[in-house]
Every structure is written in structure tokens, then in C-alpha cells.
Design a protein around this ligand. Structure first.
Ligand code: AMP
Ligand code: GLY
Length: 417
């Protein structure tokens, strides 16, 4: 099977790592790729301008299966285009991806089907958004409607902060409408299922570290991730998530004739013992995937699981994940999450990878013709440690991090603590 893998971050490198172990896969073509890998360089870095060229490309290359990593092409409808051309795709249709593409649509969907989520108002203009802020208590959460790469959400502790967020968001393409919502207090968890629209198979639940440092309010695309222990993530909690969120969501989308296939990612806040939806994503998580990929059991193959979302075979699948823990530490470039510095030479990756239970995924590197590896975006490497306990996994991850160096490299020291 020849696989076309769309997306060029750490998540896609972790997917590629699993695909390359598969007995079904003869070839993985990644677009857009990095400059050091000739087969990928044709697409450039703009997936929207590349989109029209991808379907003829897939036909020319006899692609058997298309896997879409990031949200932007899914929300723009890339899966529909491939399906019209007869290609099986891992990833939902444009109509189903709306759950991530529009926060307004997501909140209205939750309300219509009684799916637990924070109480909210929807504003069509910045003035209306400010009026809703005045009417509600602080702290309060302001969200821009469209995709904003994690930059369209502000937890505001004062009304002034909320007004400023509304003004800032209205400058973004995503900021044509706003969600003003109640701030929930609890613990967060990423619950991701692979689904064919009806049956699901879940990833081990993880916690994502979104801010630059503990206690900071500056959000990033993610600084690290850890698997959640079964003491916190109890079978009773999981039943609640399935019964009150996952099953009704999939059933409603089927009834609306936009069945969801691919990965449904529920960003949850657990308040007491009850799960609430903070957001839905229409894809696998970036860092969640890197965290979980190394937990694929020996002898298991990821392809039937991913392909199973396209041909109604999810119900035959048993969990392929080891009962181990995993800690993923993101290494960022100087300047991230603002404008990152790039072009710094990275050393020590191979040495780190030699350690027991350690895996390194590159999300932002370029391979130079002379064999050196340099940084090319803010989120550079994801270093994963696995083991029988979180403590072991964490120790391995940070030992591996200590082997790696590039100028300006920084990371959180408390992942999995
Ligand atoms: P989102 O992109 O909607 O997941 O929001 C990004 C982050 O903002 C979440 O991971 C939470 O930490 C925070 N957040 C979003 N909505 C709420 C809420 N209603 N209450 C508390 N925190 C929230
Ligand atoms: N880990 C957060 C995300 O993928 O959106």
C-alpha cells in the first residue's frame, strides 16, 4: 500500500514512524516534506495552494490511502476531494470537520444535543461580545470563531483583559464571530478516538501542557504531554465521557448526514467527576500522537486501525496500546511562541535515541545536504520517554533531552511531574 501523508509537524513524523513499521505499507510519501527529502519538496509549504495539485498527484503516484494530519486542509474540505476521486482518506469531511473549524458551530451543536460544555453566548460583532462580557462574571473565556492555531482563546481574569482579547481577535481572520463562555475549573485531558462514524477505539488519554511555563498564561501549540494515570482516569469517568460526549456526538453527526470518520479529539475539562467539552478537534493531536505512538505494542500494526475508519471495520479492533506510561517533552527554538529563530545546528539526536525507551520526533528541522540538521521552526523536536511508571518515563525523557543541543533551545522542566 502506498500512503500519502499530509502535514509536516511532529505529529506526522510520529505517524510516519508507525507507518514505516507496518507490513502493509510499501511507501510513505510525505507532503510538504523537508528540503533534505527530495520526494516531498514539490508541494511547498502552503497546503491551501497545494490542495488542488494533491489529487492529480495522488492519482499519478498510485496512492492507495491518504492520511491527513492537520486541521486546516480538513476544514477546507481536502478529504471530500480525495473521496470524490475514489481515494480512501483518514480524516473527516468538511461538514464534519466544522466541529473544529467553527467554535460557534461547535457550541451550538453541543447545546442542540445536550453535550456538556461551558455555558456561553455567541456574539456577531466585537461590540456585542463586550456587552456579553459586561453581563457575565469574571474570570471569563473569550474565543475567536475560526481556526487560529491555539491563538484564538483567552482566559481573562478581568473585564479589561477580555475586552483587549476581543479587540486583538477581531484582527485575526478567525475573529469574525466570538464565543464568550464561563470559565470551568478542573483538570484537562485530551480524549481521542479513532472512529468509522459509529464504532470507536480510543488513544490512551493524555494531559497536554499548553503554556510556556507553569503558572504562565502565554499559550503555545503545546510544550509537552503525559499519559494520565488510571487512578485519575477511572473506568467510571471514561463511561461518562463515552455516554455523554462521544456516542451522542457521533450519533448526532450521523443523523445530520455528516458522519465523522478519522480521529475525533475531545479537549475535556473534568469538573468534579463530570467531563465537559472545551473543544472538539477533527484530527489527531500534535504531541498527543508523539506521546502515544511509542506505546504501539510489538506485533501490532497501525494501518488496519487507521484504514478501519474508512471501511466500517473499527468494531473488530482491539486496543493496540501497551499499558505503559509516556512523557513527551517539546524542545522549542529561541523566540517561540513569538517569531522563532531558525537555522541553528542540532546535535545529539542519535545519542538520545540510543537510550532505552526513548524516541525522538522532529517537528521543525531541516536536513542539510552536508548531513547536518538545523532548526527551521519554533517547535523543533519532541523527545519521548516511556516506561512502567510515569517516573521512569519522565527520567528517560529528560535524560534524552540532556543529550540534545542547539543554540537557544528551551523546554519545560516539569512535564509529567
Ligand atoms: P481550546 O482551544 O478551546 O481548547 O482552548 C485552549 C485552552 O484554553 C484550553 O486547553 C483550556 O486550558 C482553556 N480553556 C478553554 N475554554 C475554557 C473554559 N471554558 N474554561 C476554562 N479554560 C478554558
Ligand atoms: N495538543 C493540542 C492539539 O493538537 O491541538
Amino acid at each position: 500500500m502506498k500512503v500519502l501523508l499530509i502535514g509536516d509537524g511532529g505529529r506526522e513524523r510520529a505517524l510516519e514512524w508507525m507507518l514505516r513499521k507496518s507490513v502493509f505499507v510499501t511507501d510513505v510519501i510525505s507532503v510538504p516534506g523537508d528540503l533534505g527529502r527530495a520526494e516531498c519538496a514539490w508541494c511547498g509549504s502552503d497546503m491551501f495552494t497545494g490542495m488542488g495539485r494533491l489529487t492529480p498527484y495522488a492519482s499519478r503516484k498510485d496512492i492507495d490511502f491518504v492520511i491527513v494530519g492537520p486541521e486546516a486542509p480538513l476544514v477546507a474540505g481536502i478529504a471530500d476531494i480525495f473521496r470524490l476521486n475514489g481515494k480512501p482518506v483518514f480524516g473527516p469531511s468538511k461538514r464534519a470537520a466544522e466541529l473544529e473549524g467553527s467554535k460557534v458551530a461547535c457550541k451550538l451543536f453541543c447545546k442542540a444535543y445536550d453535550i456538556p460544555t461551558a455555558d456561553f453566548d455567541i456574539a456577531q460583532t466585537p461590540e456585542q461580545a463586550k456587552m456579553y462580557v459586561r453581563r457575565r462574571q469574571v474570570p471569563i473565556v473569550v474565543k475567536a470563531d475560526g481556526l487560529a492555531g491555539g491563538k484564538g482563546v483567552k482566559v481573562a481574569w478581568t473585564r479589561e483583559e477580555a475586552y483587549k482579547a476581543i479587540d486583538d481577535f477581531s484582527l485575526l481572520p478567525a475573529g469574525t464571530r466570538f464565543v464568550i463562555e464561563e470559565k470551568l475549573t478542573g483538570w484537562e485531558c485530551s480524549y481521542i478516538v479513532l472512529t468509522d462514524g459509529t464504532y470507536t477505539l480510543r488513544f490512551p488519554p493524555v494531559q497536554d501542557y499548553k503554556t510556556t511555563q507553569a503558572g504562565s498564561t502565554v499559550n503555545t501549540g503545546g510544550m509537552g504531554c503525559v499519559t494520565v494515570s488510571p487512578h485519575e482516569f477511572t473506568p467510571a469517568l471514561e463511561r461518562k465521557i463515552q455516554e455523554t460526549i462521544i456516542k451522542p456526538t457521533l450519533a448526532a453527526l450521523r443523523n445530520e448526514e455528516r458522519p465523522f470518520t478519522g480521529a475525533l479529539y475531545a479537549g475535556l475539562m473534568i469538573v468534579g467527576a463530570l467531563p465537559y467539552v472545551l473543544e472538539f478537534n477533527c484530527r489527531l493531536g500534535d504531541k498527543e500522537t508523539q506521546t502515544i505512538a511509542p506505546l504501539l505494542r510489538d506485533g501490532y500494526d497501525i494501518v488496519p486501525y487507521l484504514y478501519g475508519t474508512t471501511n466500517n471495520t473499527m468494531n473488530y479492533r482491539v486496543s493496540p496500546w501497551k499499558e505503559e506510561y509516556s512523557v513527551c517533552v517539546g524542545l522549542a527554538a529561541a523566540g517561540y511562541p513569538g517569531r522563532p529563530r531558525t537555522g541553528d545546528i542540532i546535535t545529539g539526536i542519535e545519542e538520545a535515541e540510543k537510550l532505552d525507551g526513548v524516541y525522538v520526533f522532529s517537528g521543525g528541522v531541516t536536513h542539510m545536504p552536508d548531513g547536518s540538521v538545523i532548526t527551521f521552526r519554533g517547535r523543533v523536536l519532541d523527545v519521548v520517554g516511556t516506561g512502567r511508571t510515569v517516573k521512569i518515563a519522565r527520567k528517560r525523557a529528560y535524560e534524552a533531552v540532556s543529550k540534545i543541543h542547539f543554540d537557544g533551545m528551551w523546554y519545560r522542566k516539569d512535564i509529567g511531574e
